[in-house]
Design a protein around this ligand. Structure first.
Ligand code: AGP
Length: 464
């Protein structure tokens, strides 16, 4: 963006390669910003500049052209629905409001992508992601690129794609993928996961892979899917197949509801692929779908009491300096996400580990000053997590369990509980992440920190 003293009525904008640029058309004013939320309080009419486009804003209007100087006619796009709700609606912070919006996010995804009242005796696919038919055949392996919280959602996605749909899946940090991509494999699906659709590392990793595969024989051609919360984003414009995560705009820098929405996208995709490849029986699919439909109600019924209990507990940790989060299997990524949420908004050092790895080093950190949060929900790794938690307790760590209040064993071994309702293990991440979001939120709020705008962080990271 350029402003010059000799031309006080002009702002010149140009976009090349990374940062997005948005122009707002307000009442008697034009605005520009690097992201839509900054403009929303002023107008809902926006134009997004593409790569290698520029614009001149004056009091008389907006002129847009490409770098060759050709004038471009671009009609403002009017944002509507949940994309424009930008007030706190009575909540103290956007993050808290967004945590409470999660049942609605699950419902939006169910309404958008899964047939209601589907039963196993119907001979139709219950999942409708709107992806092209050419998208599906012969996928032999999946590579996912993402950063931060989206990377954690992708790790849950890997579990689902492998365990439900039987497709070998690798999850890469986009920033690492760019400089050490794996050898080319045939019949590969690349999935880019980014709530903002603008993260420079993720966008560049996808662009690099598109280029790397462009002139290769047909079996190496890239099939690419984007999972994003922003239909107007760079990601949305660069891929042929897109899943809109339906979460509505997220203002808090710490991602909460968009993480939930990304998880839902992976559940839908995995069930879709499992149906098509017949890796699950119809009654297994029906069981998962039925439980997914119960989830929003289950969440709504526990959220307020869950928050109340966790708030009281969190106050006792406002001076704590280190936390360890552990989980196994499908809940290992949730341990990582719990640690990231705490780090980014409370500035407390926190680490997430697969519980079984503790004995290979991190257990040396433990003493009475380091609380260990263990995700111990019913399922294949329950006993293992409990036994790992006991090992931590033997080192005097204060044990906090993300567990069911109906579990007498958990009540016995944990010093404190972050309560979660019981569901099938495969769906548990949708519930276990919420108490960890509340824990991070209430510790940070108690410390008097700026929960929605933590230091050193930006909502969209548009630089490498
Ligand atoms: C999440 O709480 C973080 N603010 C951050 O890790 C974020 O998830 C990451 O920067 C990726 O963002 P994206 O989903 O918009 O690509």
């Amino acid at each position: 963006m350029l402003i010059c003293v000799d031309y006080p009525d002009e702002i010149v904008l140009a976009r090349q390669d990374s940062a997005p640029l948005v122009i707002g058309f307000g009442q008697g004013e034009f605005l520009c910003a690097s992201d839509i939320p900054a403009i929303l309080p002023h107008t809902h009419a926006i134009v997004t500049l593409e790569n290698r486009e520029m614009a001149i804003l004056t009091p008389l209007g907006v002129e847009i052209c490409n770098f060759q100087g050709d004038r471009l006619r671009k009609q403002p796009h009017i944002l509507s629905g949940s994309a424009i709700v930008t007030d706190k609606q009575g909540f103290r912070h956007f993050m808290l409001k967004e945590i409470y919006e999660q049942p609605g996010v699950v419902r939006n995804c169910l309404d958008a992508y899964i047939s209601s009242n589907w039963t196993a005796d119907q001979a139709t696919n219950p999942i409708h992601l709107g992806l092209a038919d050419e998208f599906y055949p012969d996928i032999e392996n999946i590579q996912i690129v993402a950063c931060g919280t989206s990377w954690h959602a992708s790790l849950v996605g890997k579990y689902l794609l492998e365990q439900l749909a039987g497709i070998p899946t690798q999850v890469h940090y986009a920033s690492e993928f760019r400089y050490a991509p794996p050898p080319l494999t045939p019949h590969t699906l690349l999935i880019g996961v980014t709530q903002s659709g603008e993260t420079a590392d993720t966008i560049s990793a996808i662009a690099m892979e598109q280029e790397r595969r462009a002139n290769k024989p047909a079996q190496f051609h890239l099939r690419c899917l984007g999972i994003t919360n922003r239909l107007q984003s760079t990601l949305a414009r660069m891929v042929d197949n897109l899943i809109d995560t339906q979460a509505g705009i997220e203002i808090g820098v710490a991602a909460t509801k968009t993480f939930m929405a990304q998880l839902m996208a992976f559940y839908c995709l995995s069930l879709d692929l499992a149906y098509r490849r017949q890796t699950l029986t119809l009654s297994q699919i029906e069981r998962i779908i039925t439980q997914l439909h119960h989830l929003p109600g289950q969440m709504e019924s526990v959220l307020p009491t869950q928050e109340q209990q966790i708030e009281t507990l969190a106050h006792g940790f406002s001076e704590t300096q280190d936390f360890i989060f552990v989980g196994r299997g499908i809940n290992f990524p949730i341990a990582l996400e719990g640690a990231l949420k705490l780090k980014e908004i409370s500035y407390i050092h926190a680490e997430g580990y697969p519980a079984g790895e503790m004995k290979h080093g991190p257990i040396a950190l433990l003493d009475e000053k380091v609380p260990v949060v263990a995700i111990a929900v019913p399922g294949s790794v329950y006993e293992k997590v409990i036994s790992n938690a006991q090992e931590a307790k033997a080192r005097d760590a204060r044990l906090i369990g993300v567990a069911s209040p109906q579990d007498p064993h958990a009540m016995e071994i944990f010093d404190d509980l972050l309560p979660v309702p019981e569901v099938d293990e495969v769906l548990s991440p949708l519930l276990t992440v919420i108490p960890l979001q509340f824990l991070a939120y209430h510790i940070a709020a108690r410390r008097g920190l700026d929960v929605d705008q933590p230091r050193n962080l930006a909502k969209s990271v548009t630089v490498e």
